[in-house]
Write a protein that binds this ligand. Structure first.
Ligand code: NAP
Ligand code: FE
Length: 371
């Protein structure tokens, strides 16, 4: 076995694990800031459970619920101020990847009042940070188990992540029941994101023995869920919800070691300029990734088809129909401008089978543009 892995978060999984393990919260202090978005914490039932757990332990709390999709750095800085004013000892993030990622950055800003947008992006790693508890409500990002926080830079509107030892949770609670309130579209897009992590990670040069095992656990769970979603257009039952959730966590563990390939990077352009949700923005480029993988990492490619138990045509067909990103209106000038940020390459480009360049980024965007 050959691997080198850092994943310092405690992950506690199972039905009602938040309430059953409320003592874990007390270990972090007597006051906390709950960081969340508009509706998911309430709709999913996660906020009620967290509040019960906090009450059990006599922990004081206040709620910051202003996190939006693709969270802005300015919002995170504002929440950091609120944490300081309240005297929070720790942060609890509840929701999808947006509030979970935001919570990690809030914990850093709370301990570093001098950080502005530039300061946060260029901080020394690790920076001081409050401990973070995460409670996920989507089955996509795997943010519960990664040391990454994807934020939107207010200054240029571009998505750019921060990462490192200060971006892991102290404890993540995994209870798939919180994902049952997701509607069909969010279920599809988040499952596509998890699938993108599992597939992009599979072809990464960093995909050593252990992450390969994570991928082998993740891929069938997520792909079966995607097939069901595509064939029935129905919401999954509880069992399939749990499969999709754990699939996303295993894919997150894989992503944490392997990182992503070009679709995660170029996908940001689709989210920033067309509002396409993150998962679909990544899988819009999956056919091109698979084409390159077939050419440059053929043995690994054939093994992937075997694990998924399906043909290339079926897999691409299902992903394309669920993703449904095409005929986008963009000019040649826009394509050139959007891609100019990669003039010096990108670390995810290097993880793409056969490599990937700025010119190819322009090409894959052109492939999605209206005829
Ligand atoms: P999200 O942006 O957190 O949420 C998407 C939508 O789903 C929101 O409208 C949200 O509602 C709703 N929602 C979430 N959970 C729900 C539930 N249980 N019931 C009903 N509605 C629910 O989606 P996401 O796909 O999980 O996160 C995407 C973000 O994560 C992107 O910024 C992406 O770049 C990032 N990401 C991070 C990592 C990482 O390693 N950290 C990896 C991949 C992607 P409300 O907003 O009203 O609550
Ligand atoms: Fe992702």
């Amino acid at each position: 076995m050959d691997f080198n892995i850092y994943m310092p978060a405690r992950i506690i999984s199972g039905e009602n694990c938040v309430i059953k393990n409320s003592a874990e919260l007390r270990k972090l202090g007597g006051k906390c800031l709950i960081v969340t978005s508009k509706t998911s914490a309430k709709k999913s039932g996660a906020l009620d459970d967290v509040v019960s757990a906090l009450n059990n332990e006599n922990i004081e709390y206040t709620v910051f619920d202003e996190i939006t999709e693709n969270p802005l750095v300015s919002t995170v800085i504002k929440a950091g101020e609120k944490a300081r004013e309240f005297g929070a000892d720790f942060i609890i993030g509840i929701g999808g990847g947006s509030p979970l990622d935001a919570s990690k950055a809030v914990a850093i800003c709370a301990e570093n009042p001098d950080y502005d947008i530039k300061g946060l992006y260029s901080r020394p790693v690790p920076s001081k940070a409050l401990p973070v508890i995460l409670v996920g409500t989507t089955s996509g990002t795997g943010s519960e188990v990664t040391g990454v926080s994807v934020l939107t830079n207010d200054e240029d509107g571009m998505k750019k992540s921060i990462s490192g030892a200060d971006c892991y949770s102290a404890v993540s609670f995994l209870d798939p029941k919180y994902t049952c309130s997701m509607n069909y579209d969010v279920t599809v897009s988040t499952a596509l994101d998890a699938f993108a992590h599992a597939v992009e990670g599979w072809f990464s040069p960093l995909c050593s023995d252990l992450p390969t095992q994570y991928a082998k656990m993740a891929l069938p769970l997520i792909y079966n869920g995607l097939k069901y979603l595509e064939e029935t257009k129905q919401l999954p039952d509880e069992k399939l919800r749990a499969d999709l959730y754990y699939g996303s966590i295993y894919a997150g563990l894989e992503l944490n070691v392997c990182g992503a390939a070009f679709p995660h990077t170029v996908g940001y352009v689709l989210t920033e300029n067309f509002g396409i949700p993150h998962g679909k923005a990544c899988t819009a480029f999956m056919p091109y990734l698979l084409k390159k993988a077939k050419q440059y990492k053929n043995a690994r490619y054939c093994e992937l088809l075997e694990i998924l138990g399906d043909s290339e045509d079926n897999i691409i067909g299902i992903i394309n129909r669920l993703t449904d990103v095409k005929n986008l209106t963009m000019t040649e000038e826009q394509i050139k401008e959007w891609c100019s940020r990669w003039v010096n390459g990108n670390k995810n480009f290097d993880k793409t089978p056969g490599g990937f360049t700025m010119a190819e980024a322009e090409k894959v965007l052109r492939m999605l543009s209206a005829e």
